[in-house]
Write a protein that binds this ligand. Structure first.
Ligand code: FES
Length: 214
């Protein structure tokens, strides 16, 4: 295990900071939300997920936020809609947002960037490009920022959302999709092959839904 890797999050008193966490992105956004609050910001958080079960860390993020809004795509919890619907309504409602941190799926971060761009609100995203070594040597995590190549593992992972080439990022992140799908299928068909590599390990993912051991 190595770390910490990359550059630390930029935390200062921006005024009103809006933290947007999509799905598991909430786990990455949470510590920065805490730090933004401790730095004196008014923190407004927006958590989103496709459905209720994919909204995580709600209590923890509520505890560090002046206001928390939850959205789900299917309306099973919180407000029905996307995090960007809520962000737009907050901006247009005059919340006076000075800074936005968005962490989640690439389409979500891209949509947040386009929501704040016309308003000139400083917006930062944490990029989840494919990483291998994490030290700037393999080039796997290369992203294009302002037309220049940057490595998310050493130059990021946080970048100015208005300067990131999200199309390039999405394309690069999909490069191994077929191989990833094949590996998952092979694992699900023969989990014993991988599990045999770790003597005594019992994978909780393979446990029956009732919690009984496989
Ligand atoms: Fe290899 Fe960033 S993960 S260069």
């Amino acid at each position: 295990m190595v770390g910490p890797l990359g550059r630390p999050s930029e935390v200062e008193n921006f005024g009103t900071a809006c933290v947007v966490g999509g799905g598991v992105g909430a786990a990455i956004a949470y510590p920065t939300a805490v730090a933004l609050k401790q730095a004196g910001n008014r923190v407004i958080s927006i958590l989103g997920g496709r459905t209720r079960d994919l909204v995580i860390l709600e209590d923890e993020i509520r505890a560090t936020s002046d206001a928390l809004h939850v959205t789900t795509d299917d309306g099973s919890y919180g407000e029905k809609g996307l995090v960007t619907d809520k962000l737009r309504s907050l901006i247009e409602g005059g919340e006076g947002i000075d800074y936005v941190l968005a962490i989640g799926p690439i389409p979500m971060m891209r949509a947040v960037a386009e929501t704040t761009r016309p308003h000139g609100i400083k917006t930062v995203v944490s990029l989840n490009s494919v990483m291998v070594d994490g030290t700037g040597m393999c080039g796997g995590c290369r992203v294009s920022v302002d037309g220049k190549s940057q490595f998310a593992c050493v130059d990021g992972p946080e970048f100015d959302a208005h300067r990131v080439d999200f199309q390039n990022l999405a394309h690069r992140n999909a490069m191994y999709r077929e191989m990833e799908s094949r590996a998952l299928r092979e694992f699900l068909d023969h989990p014993e092959k991988d599990l045999a590599l770790v003597p005594g390990h019992e994978c909780r993912l393979l446990a029956p839904a009732d919690g009984a051991k496989a």
